[in-house]
Design a protein around this ligand. Structure first.
Ligand SMILES: [Zn+2]
Ligand SMILES: [Zn+2]
Length: 885
């Protein structure tokens, strides 16, 4: 006797156990195997100290589905996991921790601070990896990487050197986003623009030796301290005569030129703008064109420096207040208007960003962006869905040089060295012993670290051992598909593409599968501040990982946001439960020695052929859907096949054979049940790995674990289109008969003879062949199949079928006369009640004098009786409707 599954489906009984079993047996490890084709996915590395959220859960479920499927298809399937050091985010958290201990990073010094950061990393670094395991991810942990690993750091240094040697990395003055609180440059992508109610100030700048004023408009009046010009459009008639003259900067009385530049929008404000090259990216460019020089007015903490004259030492917003007051006092303020403004904030600490000129290191983007654009235009790089190609193109076409230096300590330090004696800059793979120019030995390394994305841009090849020419790199690179959120096309996808094209001469991947956001049930973004985040681990705790995974992928199309409903997780759990119970039923009715044998084709009965042929079709469709990354559709197909075809129909259809006396027919049913059940578990495995493996381990005749077994393929010899059509007909007609009975409230236990009438012989034959199904599944006492209505009784329920009609004698279903009589009596009673209540409510005296509560009670009664009346009338109508001859 086979060991059956436990009575209830309880994922906690086996999910952790199976994960450990797979891992212990090395099932996740991808060996380099020349007899196999490689299939590679690099896991987007989560922040090392982060914890799992729904976005990760969705993303990793999709990757796991693809990798499990490809592994079963016979590929050497490598899914390489890892974590990112996430410089700014980790550093900010360590700084916070120190703060709570009354310490600062400056006090501690670089070395001690890094010790603290490593300690933090070791303390929280394992969390997300443990959480990913709960989800069932089958990634190769033996190849786990961290962006600060020695070999990955080596790759970072190598790339920096190579780019520098090619002249693609340079040091320069540029406007960068400065966070005065984090005291570092941050990338455009780390700036969060928040709509803020603010003002726009119109200020008069007196034209020198004239009684005229030039009025400029600004949202940051304090930056006027750094103005180096006022600009107008050369085509602007209003200012033709002023170009070339100068204005006197109010409050500080500095003389600055009036210049003409195409950049100025004549329609905006007064058509005259102040130019502050050191504190605005556009003004910086104007400044370069006119050689205006630089005039920095803020220090690194956002206070006015000595260039600000009497305002020196004021915090920037305090300075704004004082300057506006002074402008007003001295009559320079023309007007103040309310103004909504998208103000840039630091994504980490929410401080308002200050654009500031700074000496930073940059990657020259134009020569790198070009091949990345071409690769997409040539069709070598695909986006799923396709529309994201536009965003990719847009970003690349408008890309600016990439500021890669950060004033942080946690990360890869720039391999840049300065001679303290002659200021010579040296870039190298090791610290030079002496200055290449003056031979001095007084040399120190740049204190900055690299933008986090500099190292993650190398992820697809640095993780495989590059720059060493390793076996892994040769075999697994380039990777096949990248699965990531659409929000990081710019941060990450683009940078991986151009880095790989530059260093490897190849694209890092062919396909980019973009996932949408997981929103809450109301469609809102899950966020800490709203408190509407759903913890995937809590969902797993209650419903199991399989249910969570299945919910995340069903009904989800690539690139589209989805709403997360707990009811849907429950439905997924119910689906797993249904498969569990069906399996228990099959196992209970299985004779092991019989079931393991291959069924004899020539003995197959019609429903056997039908389910086998349906299975064939589903295998083809699911494989095809997965090939096209239509993961949601694939999941839906498997679900419907299992729920509907296998559980609701096939099992029900063969029950009579399993319980019957015909030994051969019984054994055949067992064999087909088991055969289909095995393939069902294979097809469902990538989506619901745990329950399928658990079931698989209980099925007889399996030598391999499910995770390493082969993906089912379609079999020509199991195509039975005719049987499919016939059983489909039987199914449809049973459904129609069941519906008619349900509409009339007839219990399934009440049997009725069904008389089928069809003029077509084929249909009559087909129905006749389905005799046992009608008897078992359509509550038929008996069936009669005839070519005409001859001999039909008077009162029948008629059900229209395709090319046929089914008649159920009303007397079999209900005691017709009695039922109509009963309904008529009920109708009379209700009419009486209704008359009484309506009368009461029509009585002005009652309605105005009786307590509101009593009146309401009468109104409720009215609604109740009306509702009951509708039901009675409907039932009477239904009886009439079906009482056709
Ligand atoms: Zn900040
Ligand atoms: Zn020197």
């Amino acid at each position: 006797m086979l060991e059956n599954l436990p009575k209830t489906y309880n994922p906690k009984d086996f999910e952790d156990r199976l994960y450990k079993y797979w891992e212990d047996n090395g099932h996740f490890i991808a060996p380099v195997d020349e007899n196999k084709e490689p299939f590679t996915i690099m896991m987007p590395p989560p922040n090392v100290t982060g914890s799992l959220h729904m976005g990760h859960a969705l993303n990793n479920t999709i990757q796991d589905i693809l990798i499990r499927w490809k592994r079963m298809e016979g590929y050497a399937a490598l899914w390489l996991p890892g974590t990112d050091h996430a410089s700014i985010s980790t550093e900010a958290r360590v700084v916070d921790k120190l703060k709570s201990e009354g310490k600062s990073k400056e006090e501690l010094g670089r070395e001690k601070f890094l010790e603290e950061a490593w300690e933090w990393t070791h303390l929280y670094g394992g969390t997300i990896k443990r959480q990913l395991r709960k989800l069932g991810v089958s990634c190769d942990w033996s190849r786990d990487k961290f962006t600060l690993d020695e070999d990955l750091s080596f790759a970072v240094e190598e790339v920096f050197n190579r780019l520098y040697e090619k002249g693609l990395i340079y040091r320069g003055d540029r406007i960068i986003n400065w966070c005065p609180s984090c005291k570092t440059a941050i990338s455009d992508a780390e700036v969060e623009h928040i709509d803020t109610n603010s003002f726009i100030w119109h200020i008069n700048y007196p034209v020198k030796d004239s009684d005229k004023n030039l009025t400029i408009a600004t949202t940051r009046p304090e930056t006027m301290l750094g103005d180096l010009a006022v600009a107008v459009n050369p085509k602007d008639e209003r200012y033709q005569d002023l170009v070339g003259k100068t204005v006197i900067l109010p409050l500080v009385n500095r003389e600055i030129p009036i210049i003409a530049d195409e950049y100025v929008d004549m329609e905006f404000g007064t058509g005259a703008v102040k130019i502050t090259p050191s504190h605005d990216p556009n003004d910086f460019e104007v400044g370069e064109r006119f050689d205006l020089g630089q005039y920095v007015i803020f220090d690194e903490e956002g206070y006015i420096n000595s260039n600000g004259g009497v305002y020196e030492g004021l915090e920037r917003f305090e300075a704004r207040k004082r300057i506006v007051e002074d402008l007003e006092k001295e009559g320079y303020l023309e007007q103040v208007k309310e103004h909504e403004n998208a103000v840039g904030h630091c994504e980490r600490c929410r401080t308002v960003i200050e654009p500031i000129i700074s000496k930073q290191w940059f990657v020259k983007m134009e020569p790198l962006a070009k091949p990345a654009l071409e690769a997409y235009k040539n069709g070598e790089l695909n986006f799923i869905p396709e529309r994201f190609g536009k965003i990719y193109t847009h970003w690349l076409e408008n890309i600016k040089d990439w500021c890669i230096s950060r004033q942080l300590w946690w990360g890869h330090r720039l391999p840049v060295y300065y001679c303290q004696d002659c200021d010579e800059i040296m870039v190298g793979r090791e610290k030079p012993e002496k200055c290449s120019k003056c031979a001095a030995t007084n040399i120190c390394q740049d204190t900055d670290t690299l933008d986090t994305w500099f190292s993650s841009a190398l992820w697809p090849f640095s993780t495989l051992g590059w720059p060493k020419d390793t076996e892994d790199l040769q075999y697994f690179f380039p990777t096949d598909v990248l699965v990531t959120g659409y929000d990081i096309i710019f941060f990450w996808v683009i940078r991986m593409v151009f880095s790989s094209l530059e260093q490897m001469g190849q694209l890092p991947f062919k396909d980019v599968f973009l996932t949408g956001l997981v929103r809450d049930s109301q469609g809102r973004k899950m966020s800490k501040s709203l408190g509407n985040g759903i913890d995937p681990l809590e969902v797993i705790e209650v419903y199991g990982a399989d249910a969570l995974r299945f919910t995340l992928v069903t009904g989800n199309t690539p690139g589209n946001d989805m709403r997360f409903h707990m009811e849907r997780v429950e439905a997924s759990r119910n689906f797993a439960n249904k498969l569990w119970n069906a399996t228990r039923f099959v196992l209970m009715n299985l004779d092991e020695s019989v079931a393991e044998q291959e069924f004899r084709m020539e003995d197959l009965e019609e429903e056997d052929k039908w389910i086998l042929s349906r299975l064939n079709r589903i295998i083809g469709e699911v494989t095809n859907n997965l090939d096209k990354y239509e993961i949601g559709l694939a999941a839906q197909r498997v679900h419907d096949f299992i729920w509907d075809d296998y559980c609701d129909w096939y099992i029900e259809m063969v029950k009579s054979r399993l319980y019957g006396d015909n030994k051969e027919s019984k054994e055949l049913a067992q064999q087909v049940l088991l055969y289909v059940l095995k393939d069902i578990n294979k097809l469902l495995h990538p989506f619901m790995p745990f329950i399928t493996e658990e079931i698989w381990q209980h099925l007889p005749g399996n030598e391999k674990d499910l995770i390493e077994t082969t993906w089912p393929t379609t079999r020509k010899d199991l195509d039975f289109p005719q049987a499919e059509e016939r059983i489909q007909y039987v199914k449809e007609s049973i459904k129609a008969i069941r519906n008619a009975r349900a509409e009339m409230n007839i219990a399934p236990s009440r049997k009725a003879t069904i008389i089928f009438v069809s003029r077509e012989k084929d249909i009559r034959d087909l129905i006749e062949r389905g005799r046992s199904h009608y008897i078992n599944l359509a509550s038929a006492e008996d069936i009669k199949v005839q070519a005409s209505k001859e001999g039909l009784g008077d009162d029948n329920v008629a059900v229209v079928l395709n090319k046929a009609e089914a008649f159920l004698p009303l007397k079999d279903l209900i005691d017709y006369e009695k039922e109509v009589e009963r309904l008529e009596r009920e109708k009379e009673k209700l009419e009486e009640e209704l008359r009484r209540v309506r009368g009461k409510l029509a009585n002005e005296g009652f309605v105005s004098k009786a307590p509101e509560k009593i009146v309401q009670e009468e109104r409720d009664k009215l609604a109740k009786y009306e509702n009951m009346m509708d039901k009675v009338l409907e039932r009477l109508e239904n009886i009439e409707k079906y009482r056709k001859i």
